[in-house]
Design a protein around this ligand. Sequence first.
Ligand code: ADP
Ligand code: MG
Length: 366
Amino acid sequence: MKVVFENLTKKFPNRDRKSRTEVVAVDHFNFEIPDGELVGLLGPSGCGKSTALNLICGLLKPTAGKIFFDEDDVTELPAQNRGVGMVFQNYALYPHLTVKQNILFPLQNLKGAERPSRGKMLEKVQEAAKLVQIDELMERRPGELSGGQQQRVAIARALVKMPRILLMDEPLSNLDARLRLQTREEIRRIQRETKITTVFVTHDQEEAMSISDRIVVMNQGVVQQIGKPQDVYDDPCNLFVAKFLGTPPINLFHAKVKAGRLYIGEEAVLKTGGVPDQDVLAGVRPEGFLLNEQGALSCNLKGVEVMGRDISVVSSHSCAETAAVRSIISAQNKVDLTSANVRFDLKPDKVFLFDMRTEQRIDFTE
Ligand code: ADP
Ligand code: MG
C-alpha cells in the first residue's frame, strides 16, 4: 500500500496564548511513500514528525490537503478503519496483561465479520510473537521483560491485525545503545519479511540512514529533501540537510569564491567553476580532507584521535564555524604531532558550497 500526501497541512493554535501566530507543524506535504518500503521521517525535535504520523493514522485531522492510501482518499476516514498499526516510544503495553493477552487485545476489539474465531486469533498471536521472537515469553507480564522485549511485544501487537501500514514513532529511544542497534536490525528484518509499508520516525540521523530505504528530512514542518540515505548524504540540497546528516558533522568555513576559485582565508583551496564571485559557506565532510605537506589548506594542529581503522585529525582554522575542524583519514597516514600546522587538499566531491543568505546549495564544476 502506498501513501500519498497532497498539500497536507496541519496547523495548531500557538500554545503561548499571547502569541497569535499559529504553529505550522506539517507544511504542504506533497510526496509519496512507495508500497513496501521502509521510509525514515527524520528531523530535529519539534519539526512535525509525530504530527505527520498522527495524520497518517487518523488520530489528527489535517487543516488542509489530503491523504491517499493507494487510490483511496482516507482523509475523512476514522482511525479505526484505516488498517494502520502504530508503535510508540514508550511501548504503551497494558501492565496487568500477559504478553499473549497484550498481543491478543487488538483482535478481541474487532467487531462483526472482521472478528476471527478464538482459535484463529490465538494462531495469529503465535505467528506475530514468533516473527518478533518473543514466543517463549507469552505468559510474562511487561514488568518482567527488558525494554527491548517490551518493544518487541508492542511491535507484535501492531502487526497482529496485519496492518496495511506500520507507523513507528521513535520506537528505539528508550533502549540502551546495544539494544537499540539490535532492535533496529530486527525491525529491518521484520519489515523485509512482511513487506508492510512502514514509516519510521526518528531524530537520530544515523538510525534513519541505517534502517531506511528512503529518508525524508524535515525542518520546521517543511520537507527539505527526500531520497536514498546515501544519495541525500552525498548530495544535500541545502545547509540544513548537510549539517543534519553525518557523524562527525560536516565542517563549515566562511569562505569566498573569486575568479573561479574557492578561498578559505587567503588560501585558494579548490577550483569552483561556474560560480560568480561571492561570499559562501563551504562545507567539507570529515572524509573530504587529504593529508598533504604541500596541501592548499593550512590548519592549526590540535591533536589526533585514534579510531582504529581511521584516525581523526583535530585542528582549528580562523574561518571555521566551530572550534574544532575534524578530518577522518586512514590510520596508515602519519601525522607529525610536533608540528603546529597540518596541511590538506580537499576532495571536490566532498565539498559543498552554500549561499550565505538562502543557505541553498551552489553547484560548481571542478
Ligand atoms: P516532533 O514529533 O518532530 O518532535 P511534533 O509533531 O510533536 O514534532 O510537533 C510539531 C510542532 O507542533 C511543535 O512545534 C509542537 O509544539 C506543535 N504541536 C504538536 N502537537 C500540538 C498540539 N496538540 N497543540 C499545539 N501544538 C502542537
Ligand atoms: Mg515526536
